[in-house]
Design a protein around this ligand. Structure first.
Ligand code: C5P
Length: 308
């Protein structure tokens, strides 16, 4: 039945439209502490959400079969899309039926990039649905998020956080000091996350972050110490296969970045700059050999509303 073809003769009510932003994240640090009995890995990460974001429109009460669409053809639509999975997980857990649901994603966060774009979209769906239906507490919503993906609990809250476990144990940290700018570069390759986790099981972790040092630097608002302590356990594995990772890092550092690293399992490489002008000039040069370059800032904590 379509919204204009109701057998009971009543006029259909207009769909409810919810809008929600889904910012990408960067790993200031990523450490893999070991493999867990459930097959996942115990992680220790410091994450920050950035101003580069997807924009979601969620329609409830369409009276049509569920649909997910995206302006980028490479993003899967249908039940495999994390937005769909999140909506299904929410409706099942809350025992609600939206009477038809359509989600449209305008993608700005690079895909397969280590920026949790898909997880952030899923988290945005959970936030919007929870504001509408108001069923869950923060903790309950985080548990629903974890059934969708390991990064979803963090993405629900965003900001600067120390993250443990599979990704669900969060400790909020103070916002980064002002005037920090990120340059994000997406080289033309993608990495399989499960494959990389399997590979790190066989390898000695050679790039272990000093998590305590970066947390202390964030608390002291010491920008240079934050830059000096960016680290990612996956970077040596990815850089060994893709020398462009190190080349991009060197360009960023040559332009005055106070630190530069791979985020997540890649393939985005980011540089951290105190000067907006230097960030801009790095971005201009990088655009000559990488088509996907973005400037971004850190998002302050508390920008997301989980309840009405
Ligand atoms: O939870 P998510 O679906 O995002 O994880 C994708 C893959 O990354 C998992 O299938 C697993 O191989 C790996 N992973 C892991 N340990 C984590 C998070 C992810 O091994 N803490």
């Amino acid at each position: 039945m379509t919204s204009s073809d109701r057998r009971d003769g009543t006029l259909p009510s207009a769909p409810t439209i919810l809008r929600e932003d889904a910012p990408g994240k960067l790993n200031l640090t990523l450490d893999v502490l070991g493999r867990r009995p459930d097959g996942f890995h115990e992680l220790e990460m410091v994450m920050v959400s950035v101003s580069l974001r997807d924009e979601l429109t969620i329609e409830l009460g369409t009276g049509e079969p569920w649909a997910v669409t995206c302006d980028r053809p490479e993003v899967p639509t249908g039940p495999d899309n994390l937005c769909w999975k999140a909506a299904k997980a929410y409706c099942d857990a809350a025992g609600v039926d939206p009477q038809g649901l359509r989600i449209h994603v305008e993608k700005r966060v690079p895909v397969q990039a280590g920026m949790a774009g898909g997880s952030s979209d899923a988290a945005a769906v959970l936030r919007a649905l929870n504001r509408h239906y108001g069923r869950f507490s923060e903790e309950e919503l985080r548990a629903v998020g974890l059934t969708v993906g390991s990064d979803v609990p963090y993405c629900l809250f965003g900001g600067v956080a120390l993250v443990h476990g599979r990704g669900e144990e969060l400790t909020r940290l103070p916002d980064l000091p002002g005037e920090l700018n990120f340059v994000l570069v997406k080289p033309d390759f993608s990495v399989s996350t499960p494959e990389l986790f399997r590979e790190i099981d066989q390898a000695e972790v050679s790039a272990r972050p000093d998590t305590e040092a970066i947390v202390s630097a964030i608390r002291r608002k010491d920008r240079n110490a934050i830059g000096a302590n960016l680290q990612n356990a996956f970077e040596p594995l990815v850089a060994a296969r893709h020398p462009i990772v190190e080349e991009l890092r060197q360009v960023l550092l040559a332009h005055g970045a106070i630190g530069a690293r791979l985020t997540g399992t890649g393939s985005v490489v980011f540089g951290l700059f105190c000067s907006k002008f230097r960030a801009f000039s790095a971005a201009l040069e990088l655009e000559e050999f990488c088509p996907l370059v973005h400037l971004a800032t850190a998002l302050p904590a508390g920008v997301f509303k989980l309840k009405k």
